[in-house]
Ligand binder design. Structure first.
Ligand code: CA
Length: 223
């Protein structure tokens, strides 16, 4: 099925050019001239990604972004006429995944669209019926619908284990997956992180991190 991209942009010509480039790449482009229409089309078509201009008539792009984030986890790429660092920080802070400054080349934007769609939820995310939900784009974890407070590294480790459910990893493998080969550190910190993640999960009666004696750890959520 064609992936759907919603473009919320009041500059008609720019929106149409982007739409053409996306169509060439096999995507379906849906165009909205303002935030209100954009939000309506979002609920109707449930696109796979949103390209969102900041300067829009009526509701501005930042407000649109906030409203999308209240209900949806889809990737959002924001477009701005300003190259202000502050705008970028604000956009990423309210849940946008990327930020592109005008003028930009349509090809560059299409490349970013592809990259974000490759990263879009799968694997570790799981259906919403699962008790433990990990949202990679926002680094948010939910246990039985409640936010589970995790540090960035704790999140990454849990995400990695959950993504490879039932696969056993040694401490060395986990260390490398989270900190990378080139970072100097202490392998024993893996055990410390595992202990903390376990305690947080157990507070929700989720005994999902198993020790495989002499080998390492694995994620297994028994039903
Ligand atoms: Ca605009």
């Amino acid at each position: 099925m064609e992936k759907k991209i919603l473009i919320i942009e009041d500059e008609k010509e720019l929106a149409e050019i982007l739409g053409e480039y996306l169509k060439v790449e096999g995507y379906e482009a849906i165009l909205a001239p303002d935030g209100k229409e954009g939000l309506a089309l979002l609920s109707r078509y449930l696109p796979d990604l949103v390209i969102l201009d900041i300067m829009l008539p009526g509701m501005d792009g930042m407000e649109v972004c906030r409203r999308i984030r209240e209900k949806h986890e889809i990737p959002i790429i924001m477009l701005s006429a300003k190259s202000g660092e502050m705008d970028k920080v604000i956009c990423l802070g309210i849940g946008a995944d990327d930020y592109v400054t005008k003028p930009f080349s349509p090809l560059e934007l299409v490349a970013r669209v592809k990259a974000h769609l490759r990263r879009a939820p799968k694997g570790g995310e799981g259906p919403d019926t699962e008790r433990l939900i990990l949202k990679r784009e926002s680094y948010t974890a939910y246990a039985d619908g409640q936010v589970l407070e995790l540090t960035t590294k704790e999140f990454e480790m849990l995400y990695f284990l959950k993504k490879h459910e039932n696969q056993v990893f040694s401490k060395e493998q986990l260390y490398e997956s989270i900190w990378g080969m080139n970072e100097f550190g202490d392998i024993s910190s893996v055990a410390v992180y595992i202990k903390r993640i376990r305690e947080k999960l157990r507070a929700h009666s989720m005994d999902y991190i198993k020790t495989v004696w002499g080998v390492g750890y694995k994620f297994f959520a028994e039903e």
